[in-house]
Design a protein around this ligand. Structure first.
Ligand code: PGA
Length: 243
């Protein structure tokens, strides 16, 4: 299976910065034989889609969040259908910032997964435990509940990607150890097998950097990375894509 390297730009980069990134980054990844995905903020989405088209590199684009309707009176929301029209292939669903800051529940995420798959787009569903949950040995149960909840309407015939991101490792510089990553990815693989989703890619996310990527990518059941901070600089993200 091809590895997947995804960049989550969160609310960084205006359209001009985003275009400049693609110009520099694309020449650094021409020889990368992995799936590369950029998730710009919604306002820079079109700039990135058109920059990618002219770049010569195989870079996919995704939207960081989308509602489960194609259009309507949903002020402030993004349409996955419009994202598809402008050239997106992926939708990030249930990032921990969406869950904690915007109160997104697993039942809402299930509707998003279902809708995104119905459009032929690929949902990248984020899951992960908090530090308190890890310290009280609840990690596996939390991941199981998130996967069962958010995938209750999943279409097993369509593509799906999971991003395991321990909440305590996001943006903190506190990366999970190789052992923690291998153990947790094995749990996620077991849960997905029990849900009849054996082919699903499982990315790791949380303080992935150029200097820890080579070790993390070797861990069992790690199919790639979802990268925040270290994806904002072309050279840094390109180095991770070469890991
Ligand atoms: P980080 O973010 O790489 O900055 O920890 C990861 C994410 O939020 O997806």
């Amino acid at each position: 299976m091809r590895k997947i390297f995804a960049a989550n730009w969160k609310m960084y980069k205006n359209p001009e910065n985003a275009r400049a990134f693609i110009k520099d980054f694309s020449s650094l990844v021409l020889d990368v034989n992995s799936e590369i995905v950029i998730f710009p903020s919604a306002i820079s989405l079109e700039a990135v889609c058109s920059a990618v088209r002219g770049s010569g590199a195989d870079i996919k684009v995704g939207v960081q969040n989308a509602y489960f309707k194609n259009e309507g009176a949903f002020t402030g929301e993004n349409s996955a259908e419009v994202a598809k029209q402008i050239g997106c292939h992926y939708v990030l669903i249930g990032h921990s910032e969406r869950r904690s800051l915007f109160s997104e529940s697993d039942s809402l995420l299930a509707q998003k997964v279902e809708y995104v798959q119905s459009l032929g787009l690929i949902p990248m569903l984020c899951i992960g435990e908090t530090l308190t949950e890890r310290e009280s040995q609840k990690t596996k149960a939390v991941l199981e509940a998130q996967l069962h909840g958010a995938l209750s309407k999943v279409d097993r015939s369509k593509a799906l990607v999971i991003a395991y991101e321990p909440v305590w490792a996001i943006g903190t510089g506190k990366v999970a150890t190789s052992e923690q990553v291998a153990e947790t990815h094995t749990w996620v693989r077991e849960i997905l097998n029990s849900m009849d989703l054996p082919e699903t890619a499982i990315l790791y996310g949380g303080s992935v950097k150029p200097d820890n990527a080579a070790d993390l990518i070797k861990q069992k059941h790690v199919s790639g990375f979802l990268v925040g901070g270290a994806s904002l600089e072309p050279a840094s993200f390109a180095k991770i894509c070469h890991s």
